[in-house]
Design a protein around this ligand. Structure first.
Ligand code: PGA
Length: 266
């Protein structure tokens, strides 16, 4: 795993957007896996700026979002479809038909989840999956105890997640208790993962994700099994990592390789 520690959240956003933007330039038909929440907001703002100022072209990009609350339609201000429209899709030249967010109002969830997996496969799989991490160590809505082989399905949110997300809904009672979410197994099939985390409330989850044992109790720790993960953290989220010096040395070695004879360090 590459671990990059930035000074603050705006550094994380810039670095995240640089990775996504580089892929879109390198492969204009790429398939992006996208995340919602407070963490990627600045990255999306930066991608919009890159579209406006640098002509970053989303016209052939395909996207799949990680999750959606059950019961919320696309016009509900807390739905993840609404979030994506307002924070990215409406501001870049992406073809709306190429954007996929799970349908929180599907009638037959089992069939719908299977179809979502098939849509990802039919597009050739996800090239780069953007991820945040919950304070309980979840990726997408794969709460502690989720199978590390899980696929897109319904999941019950933990009390901790409900509390964390109440800030967006105004009260805990208003937070849906169920979500449709890509599984850990679905995420692990992405060709590359970009994990973003900011703030001291993520420090424990980040330590467990990167330096703890692989366990279904911290579903983000399954990323240790993936061959190509880049974690971009701010100082506070990285605070509890024991091997920070080593991660910095890895980045310095990577830089030397790139300016010398190329190569990748993971
Ligand atoms: P956040 O959510 O970006 O709003 O902190 C991350 C998550 O719960 O996965």
């Amino acid at each position: 795993m590459r671990v990059i520690v930035e000074q603050d959240q705006s550094g994380v956003s810039r670095m995240g957007a640089a990775f996504v933007g580089a892929l879109v330039r390198r492969k204009p038909t790429c398939v992006l896996g996208l995340a919602t929440g407070g963490t990627p907001l600045g990255m999306y703002a930066d991608l919009i700026r890159m579209h406006r100022e640098e002509g970053l072209d989303f016209s052939r990009v395909v996207t799949f979002n990680l999750d959606e609350y059950v019961g919320l339609g696309p016009t509900h201000p807390q739905s993840y479809r609404y979030f994506m429209q307002h924070n990215l899709f409406d501001h870049v030249n992406i073809d709306p038909r190429n954007t996929h967010v799970p349908d929180g109002r599907a009638l037959d969830f089992e069939a719908y989840c299977e179809q979502y997996e098939k849509m990802i496969r039919d597009e050739g799989g996800i090239d780069l999956q953007v991820l945040g991490v919950g304070s309980d160590g979840h990726i997408a809505f794969n709460e502690p105890g989720s199978s590390l082989g899980s696929r897109t399905r319904l999941k019950t949110l933990t009390e901790e997640t409900v509390r964390d997300n109440a800030r967006f809904f105004g009260s805990e009672d208003a937070v849906p208790r169920l979500a449709i979410t890509m599984g850990v197994g679905t995420i692990l099939e992405s060709r590359q993962c970009l994990l973003l985390a900011c703030g001291s409330t993520k420090a424990r989850a980040i330590r467990d994700t990167i330096e703890g044992p692989v366990t279904a109790q911290v579903t983000a720790s399954a990323l240790q099994l993936h061959r190509d993960v880049i974690a971009v953290l701010d100082q506070e989220a990285a605070r509890l990592l024991e091997r920070r010096d080593y991660y910095r040395q890895m980045e310095e070695a990577q830089e030397r390789l790139q300016t010398g004879h190329g190569g990748v360090v993971r």
